[in-house]
Design a protein around this ligand. Structure first.
Ligand SMILES: C[S@@+](CC[C@H](N)C(=O)[O-])C[C@H]1O[C@@H](n2cnc3c(N)ncnc32)[C@H](O)[C@@H]1O
Length: 272
């Protein structure tokens, strides 16, 4: 279903390794995991970054799908806030539409780990990458920035996401901006301003972008606001411990997913 919207990203090759307290370790295959937009997915064996015993990052289906639209939006001079496992960097740097990538990362050990376990120097587009070590909030670019992607917090839907993005955008002044989990802020904004989740469309998304003072991606898309709402329902279900509430939210996500699939099928028949 997502293919007509955004291409499936690719995965860097990782291997086990360690830098300081950080390590890269394998994760097993899993069945029946929720994606970000797609209610049920199979999870291939993958990799995670741990700090001590705590898992800080892993490339689950949720993590992959939730970055698809940002990867699709990257172009020109792209600034990325947060290296993590380098997944967004890997996919953005290889795009021919991306002419330069400035990667902002506060923790030098994370950068060293990506070099060590994922052969960063061998990535397609490596010659376009400049890495700046430090707090993204303090970065001031020398060249105009076409696209800013921010992901420097842990936890989907974090209240830190919007202010952190706005802070970096103040200095960067990118022509377009995306940030991880922005769908949660869109839905919360709409609910606070009298638009129920089922009615969130393009106009509501544009109002949110204007209120956030960010030139957010996908503002011309009819499908994105529906997918954003679906993602929030699905992820809220995944995080809900109360079983009846979780089941109710999962059913709602399936209904929205099936509706969107039918709309896609109708549109593709009509446009043939
Ligand atoms: C969730 S990870 C990013 C995952 C990444 N999008 C990927 O595709 O693998 C967040 C990263 O942001 C970094 N970070 C946290 N605060 C930061 C800040 N103020 N400035 C720059 N980087 C920061 C963390 O060290 C971590 O590497």
């Amino acid at each position: 279903m997502l293919q007509p919207y955004w291409p499936e990203p690719l995965m860097p090759n990782y291997r086990s390794g360690r830098v300081g307290f950080w390590s890269c370790q394998p994760t097993p295959a899993l069945t029946n995991v929720p994606g970000y937009f797609i209610p049920v997915r199979q999870q291939s064996p993958g990799w995670m970054f741990k700090k001590g015993r705590t898992v800080w990052m892993s490339l689950t289906r949720m993590e992959v799908e939730s970055q698809m639209m940002h990867i699709a939006a990257a172009h020109g001079h792209t600034v990325i806030g947060g290296m993590g496992m380098g997944f967004a960097l890997f996919n953005m740097a290889m795009k021919p539409e991306v002419t330069k990538v400035t990667l902002l990362e506060i923790d030098p050990q994370v950068i060293e780990l990506v070099y060590k376990v994922a052969d960063l120097t061998q990535w397609p587009g490596y010659e376009k990458i400049e890495i700046v070590v430090g707090d993204a909030a303090e970065f001031k670019p020398h060249d105009p920035v076409d696209f800013l992607y921010m992901d420097t917090w842990s936890g989907l839907g974090s209240s830190k996401a919007l202010p952190a993005t706005q802070q970096v955008q103040k200095n960067v002044q990118a022509a377009s901006v995306g940030y991880w989990g922005q769908e949660f802020d869109l839905v919360a904004y709409c609910q606070d301003h009298g638009t129920p989740a089922t009615k969130i469309g393009r106009a509501a998304y544009r109002r949110f972008a204007e209120a956030a003072e960010l030139p957010l991606i996908e503002q011309d898309s009819l499908a994105y606001p529906r997918l954003a709402t679906l993602a929030v329902v699905l992820q809220t279900a995944a995080q809900t411990k109360d079983l009846p509430t979780r089941t109710m939210l999962q059913k709602a996500a399936f209904v929205m997913f099936n509706e969107q699939t039918e709309i896609d099928a109708a549109i593709s028949r009509f446009s043939r």
